[in-house]
Every structure is written in structure tokens, then in C-alpha cells.
Design a protein around this ligand. Structure first.
Ligand code: SI3
Length: 294
């Protein structure tokens, strides 16, 4: 499998009660994730709430995560932004801070031409100073739809080594694998990790690897050992948790669980993300107890 394959947690950003980034909690979270057997960290992605942070805060998180990892695991920095300048600035930082790769969502809000999006990725690859670039395809949140041909044009950019596919289109995953077997393919939706790796993905990036990484490590181990029924059983155990997260809001629920598992000090997400209370809190408390006991 290509380098950078494996399971990478889409790192959450812990905050203190005032909403500032909490370095000690970030360290504890990274220790917890890597202790579960997860291969690396995907820093500054959707789960990291990067687009709700200032550029300076995004830089701070990228630095803090690299320091806390202390050379353990693969480090992938998500640098995608509304505009090219910020993305390049963050890509440069990753190159100097010991990251192994950068990744980027397409430029959002303005509806850019395909040529504009292509040059955005070329510019990021240049700023990344030789670091491999992983395109982050997430049509659900970015609003940018890529055809197979569009994705192939992105994969042909010098420096682009692969794709993080946060898409339910497993036909497209299989096509990417079949037509570009040398490229890295990371599965984005945790609830479909088994489907993704069965369709050619070399691993995954997931938000719920923050809370139950060991379950995904075991899923992948069983799949690689040819135990498909066992892998499906693990996917089911993960999805029983994901059912609640998807119902109550993935990012606020994830923070709430990390808080109840005593890994981070507050369940705070950046507004306008929701807060968890009432019946949602009660449902998640039971899950936190179950995960803490593992
Ligand atoms: O950048 C990131 O935080 C991710 O890689 C996120 C990851 O792909 C998540 N996707 C979204 C849209 O949130 C999944 O892990 C997702 O939260 C999970 O599968 C629940 O739907």
C-alpha cells in the first residue's frame, strides 16, 4: 500500500470554558488516540472545526499537534481555505513543522470554475514544498461536486498523491482504485469504512477515531486477515455509536463524549455548532460509559 495508508483520526480541537484552544487537553487527546493503535492524525479538518477558527488559531493547532505527537504517527495537515493565500500559508507551515502531507478541501462559498479549483491545488502543492498533497473530496459539506474526470485531473497535478473520499459513492471509490491503483485513497465516512476498504481504499480518516479508534483498528485487522464477517461485526459496533452521533449532531456529540470520557475538559464547540443537552445528553452518557469501560 502507498505511504500514508492506514487509519488517521480527524483530530477534534478541545477548547477551554472561554472558547480558547486548550493545549493540555489536545495533548491528552492525541495520547489517547495514538494509544488506541491509530496510525496518524488529520489535523485541522472538519472535525477540528478549522473553518470556525482564525488563521492564527489554525496555525496554533497545527503547531500544538505536531509538538504533542512527538514524532509518533503520521501527521496530515488540512490547509484548505476559502482562498488560496491562507491555504498556501498553512501549507508552508506544515512543511516546516514536520508534517508528512497536506490535504485540502476545495475552495468554498464562491462557485469557482474547474480551472480555478485546479490552480488552487497547484498553488497549494507549490507552497507545500515537496510535501505530498491529498485532495479532500467532501461534496456534502463543500458543495463542490467532482466527476470522475474532475478527480482524475486533480490526481494528475504534480505532488498530488491521492484523495480523501468523504462520499457515499462507492462506485467512484472503486473506479479511482481501479484506474489509479498507485494513488492513495482514504475513506471519509466512518460508517462506511468497511465498504470503502472493500472498494479499494487504503485506509480512512474519521472523526469517530477520536473516541473508538481501537474498534476501527480491529475492523481493519479482520478485513486484512480475510475475516469479512468479523469486520462487518466491528463495523456494526462502530455504527451503533454513529447512529447516536448522527442523530444528535456529529461534532457536538463527539466533543460531549470526549468530555464525559474525561479526555477533554469542556464539551464546547464553536458557535454556531449546537450544544448537547437533555435527552441527547442522556443517550450519549450511556455511550460514554460503554466506551470508557473498553
Ligand atoms: O476533516 C475531517 O474532519 C474528516 O475527515 C471528517 C470525516 O470524513 C467525517 N466527515 C464529516 C462530513 O464529518 C466523518 O468522520 C463523519 O463525521 C462520520 O463518518 C459521521 O458521519
Amino acid at each position: 500500500p502507498p505511504a500514508l495508508a492506514g487509519l488517521h483520526a480527524a483530530l477534534a480541537t478541545p477548547y477551554d470554558a472561554d472558547g480558547a484552544i486548550a493545549p493540555a487537553c489536545l495533548e491528552r487527546l492525541i495520547d489517547f488516540i495514538l494509544g488506541q493503535g491509530i496510525d496518524g492524525l488529520y489535523v485541522g479538518g472538519s472535525t477540528g472545526e478549522a473553518l470556525l477558527q482564525s488563521t492564527e488559531e489554525r496555525e496554533q493547532v497545527l503547531h500544538l499537534a505536531a509538538e504533542a505527537a512527538q514524532g509518533r504517527g503520521v501527521l496530515i495537515g488540512q490547509v484548505g481555505s476559502v482562498g488560496t493565500r491562507e491555504a498556501q500559508r498553512l501549507a508552508k507551515l506544515c512543511a516546516s513543522a514536520g508534517y508528512h502531507a497536506v490535504s485540502a478541501i476545495p475552495p468554498i462559498y464562491f462557485q469557482h470554475s474547474k480551472a480555478g479549483i485546479l490552480s488552487y491545488y497547484q498553488d497549494i502543492a507549490e507552497a507545500a514544498d515537496g510535501l505530498p498533497v491529498i485532495v479532500y473530496n467532501i461534496p456534502k459539506l463543500s458543495g463542490v461536486q467532482f466527476s470522475l474526470g474532475d478527480l482524475e485531473a486533480l490526481l494528475a497535478i504534480p505532488g498530488v498523491v491521492g484523495m480523501k473520499q468523504t462520499s457515499i459513492d462507492m462506485y467512484q471509490m472503486e473506479q479511482l482504485h481501479r484506474l489509479h491503483p498507485e494513488k492513495l485513497l482514504l475513506n471519509g465516512f466512518d460508517e462506511m469504512l468497511l465498504a470503502g476498504i472493500a472498494s479499494g481504499a487504503n485506509g480512512g480518516v474519521g472523526s469517530t477515531y477520536n473516541i473508538m479508534g481501537a474498534r476501527y483498528v480491529e475492523l481493519l485487522r479482520r478485513f486484512r486477515a480475510g475475516d469479512n464477517a468479523g469486520a462487518l461485526e466491528m463495523q456494526g459496533r462502530c455504527n451503533a455509536v454513529l447512529d447516536a452521533l448522527v442523530t444528535h449532531g456529529v461534532f457536538p456529540s463527539l466533543k460531549y463524549l470526549l468530555y464525559r470520557m474525561k479526555i477533554i475538559a469542556t464539551p464546547v464547540c464553536r458557535a454556531p455548532l449546537d450544544r448537547i443537552d437533555g435527552a441527547a445528553a442522556r443517550a450519549l452518557d450511556a455511550i460514554a460509559a460503554e466506551l470508557s469501560a473498553e
